[in-house]
Ligand binder design. Structure first.
Ligand SMILES: [Fe+2]
Length: 221
């Protein structure tokens, strides 16, 4: 039997600044909320799903409005990430995708079924969602699963708890975030891309950047 999906959890609440949730809350007012088209290469949505409504606070906004989070990504969280991996772990050099916020409001949004392009992902849960409230991170135990129904058939379920930071390799196991069960609820996570020596940032597909950021005009890339 193939092993189920695995991850590592750290409770970082005591290390975060007192105002962290207030700050995150304020940052979400600038979230880009829309129907996002399927992500090229990485999407694991069912064939009939063209887009998925959700919210994103882009990396540039995170750097500007949540400087402590940007620093944690390159400092303390990076250190913790390193303890979960035999290889040296690095943050993204490219500030366009290092750390972002994913935001869900109400019952219509969820996060896309996908795999990650990076070998290690860190997720800091910023909101609490008790049993029955939805918003769980659901990861297929089977690498080949496609679409919500197939992922749900055999999966690991992580219920968000504010201040918990998890690390995992999501490059093989499709995952998504369930919708919330209340119209007034909001789910926020900070998502961080990490790289390793054997799977460095240069392995990120250029097509993904073109899809997310448009044609590349920056020098040297
Ligand atoms: Fe992911």
């Amino acid at each position: 039997m193939a092993p189920a999906f695995g991850w590592t959890t750290f409770d970082v609440t005591s290390e975060l600044p007192d105002y962290w949730q207030k700050d995150i809350d304020a940052a979400t007012t600038g979230a880009d909320i829309k129907k996002f088209p399927r992500t090229p290469i990485l999407s694991r949505e069912a064939a009939d799903v063209a887009n998925i409504p959700r919210g994103r606070v882009h990396a540039g906004e995170v750097k500007r409005t949540l400087p402590w989070l940007y620093d944690f990504y390159r400092g303390y969280f990076l250190e913790l990430a390193g303890t979960t991996c035999e290889e040296r772990v690095r943050p993204a050099v490219d500030d366009r995708y290092g750390v972002v916020l994913n935001v869900q409001r109400g019952t219509d949004m969820r996060f896309e079924c996908h795999v990650d392009s990076n070998p290690m992902t860190g997720i800091l849960f910023c909101t609490d969602h008790p049993e029955g409230a939805g918003g769980e991170l659901v990861i297929s135990n089977k690498p080949g699963a496609t679409g919500v129904a197939e992922i749900e058939e055999n999966c690991s379920v992580i219920r968000p708890s504010a201040g918990q930071l998890i690390f995992f390799d999501g490059s093989e196991h499709p995952h998504y975030a369930r919708p919330l069960s209340s119209e007034s609820a909001m789910r926020v996570v900070a998502v961080m891309n990490f790289y390793t020596e054997s799977r460095p940032e240069s392995t990120r597909p250029p097509e993904l950047n073109r899809h997310l950021f448009g044609p590349d005009t920056s020098p040297g890339r």
